[in-house]
Design a protein. Sequence first.
Length: 86
Amino acid sequence: MATAEQSTAAESGTSPIVAAIVSFIIPGVGHYIAGHEKRGLYWIGGFLAYYALAFVLSLVLIGIVLFLASPLLHIAAAADGYLQTS
């Protein structure tokens, strides 16, 4: 039985590949355009909080590690965007 969120994604007609690519570029946006609005907003909020924390900590040189690890955030968002829409 499909949930309301899954049926919305199916009705939107968004390809899982498109959702993954868009979520890789800006985490959460691919989820949002695929019909997973809540999940997309959570990813966008986490993305913004992560980069804000990395920026603040980079002032004391610790946040540079977070900036170097940020591609993992983008890969995780892309994988989640693909799996949620497929």
